[in-house]
Ligand binder design. Structure first.
Ligand SMILES: Cc1ncc(COP(=O)(O)O)c(C=O)c1O
Length: 386
């Protein structure tokens, strides 16, 4: 595409932002620049690219692309979602404090409680759907409020702009893990957040074939810091992975629409099923976060959790699915089911799992792009095995 893509629509930017035809050959797709270093024409010459840990054109294209989709200032791609969260936490000094949604991906909990606690980074686990709880947890040294919305796996919805008001009034910034909805459905920076994080492994990549993480910031000082951390700590995204994620993003809008319409079909089957004791999906009118979600996002996504009452019932379900695959992860073209208590959230202590409602009977499905009728048949067959 010729010219600047800034004023173009989301789908156009998904395909074109950050990507100009390659100048030597005119290749329409950004090549995989599989190089660790770049020639310097003479000693002391100013060059755009000198070493691939600092900058790689394939990675730069992805970073510009995701920054555009998230309406942010700059993007920074890392080797995984966890590497991008680690980079985010390097903005916090020891003895400073952050607030984190109490129900987040288990790996985020493990990173803060079992790794970064060694560096005296203090995290308070707060129900961020409760604004009073957020305000009460704020300290003078609180640097960030990190929100997941919807949360993994309980699908709690936090009012992002309301939390931004509370945090900003106390001089703290707001970061949102936007992995579950992708920028197609939710753009936290437009709601007032300072930073968005993605496990690009999920919907951005979309095909369960690589790991990656991205930070998008709207703060020039943070942008400079993250570029410095990429260079200095080095957990950057490799060019092949950057290429795969860039390729995945080109179809993000069509995939997200189909993910969501399939999720609706599966949710309707689950909602009426006698073996399903509780259903967690923000698209349901009786979900406590439904109205907030309608206000701050343009869709409900395709992550669905439900409780079948016991570990044995969950095991019977998971052992009998055939189209849906039992596996960690989410956001790929194929439907995946997992048992959060023993898989994605195994790092969380039992009493915390009990408090959050992550029971032995809880199952989470990432609804994929297969035929909706096959998914319903498969889910109902497996429920019948309970
Ligand atoms: C919401 C969320 N955030 C972060 C991560 C971590 O991302 P990655 O697996 O790419 O390191 C995950 C992984 O499952 C996730 O679901």
């Amino acid at each position: 595409m010729k010219g600047d893509s800034k004023h173009r629509g989301f789908a156009t930017r998904a395909i074109h932002a950050g990507q100009q035809p390659e100048p030597v050959t005119g290749a329409v797709n950004v090549p995989i620049f599989q190089t660790s270093t770049y020639v310097q024409p003479e000693l002391g010459a100013e060059v755009d690219f000198d070493y691939a840990r600092v900058k790689n054109p394939t990675r730069t294209a992805l970073e510009e692309n995701v920054a555009s989709l998230e309406s942010g200032l700059s993007g920074h791609a890392f080797a995984s979602g966890m590497a991008s969260l680690t980079a985010l936490f390097t903005t916090v000094r020891s003895d400073e404090h952050i607030i984190v949604s109490h129900n987040v991906y288990g790996g985020t909990y493990r990173l803060l409680e079992q790794v970064l606690d060694r560096y005296r980074l203090r995290a308070s686990w707060v129900d961020t759907t409760d604004l009073d709880a957020v305000a009460t947890a704020m300290e003078d040294t609180t640097r960030w409020v990190l929100i997941e919305s919807p949360t993994n796996p309980m699908m709690d919805i936090t009012d992002i702009s309301a939390v931004c008001d509370v945090a900003h009034a106390r001089g703290a910034k707001v970061a949102v893990d936007n992995t579950f909805l992708s920028p197609f459905y939710q753009r936290p920076i437009e709601l007032g957040a300072d930073l968005v994080m993605h496990s690009a492994t999920k919907y951005l990549g979309g095909h369960s074939d690589c790991l990656g993480g991205v930070l998008v910031t709207n703060d020039p000082a943070d942008a400079e810091w993250f570029a410095f951390v990429q260079k200095s700590a080095g957990a950057i995204l490799a060019p092949f992975e950057a290429y795969l994620i860039l390729r995945g993003i080109k179809t993000l809008p069509v995939r997200m629409e189909r993910h969501e319409s399939n999720a609706r079909i599966v949710v309707d089957a689950l909602a009426d099923h006698p073996k399903v004791e509780r259903l967690y999906y923000p698209g349901q009118h009786d979900h406590p976060g439904h109205e907030v979600q309608k206000r701050q996002a343009s869709g409900f996504g395709a992550m669905v959790s439900f409780d079948v009452g016991s570990f044995d019932a969950a095991k019977a379900f998971l052992d009998n699915i055939e189209v849906v695959t039992l596996a960690e992860s989410l956001g790929g073209v194929e439907s995946l089911a997992c048992h959060p208590a023993t898989m994605t959230h195994a790092a969380i202590p039992q009493e915390e799992l009990d408090r959050l409602g992550i029971t032995g009977g809880l199952v989470r499905i990432s609804v994929g792009l297969e035929d909706g009728s096959d998914l319903v048949e498969d889910v109902c067959n497996a429920l019948g095995a309970i």
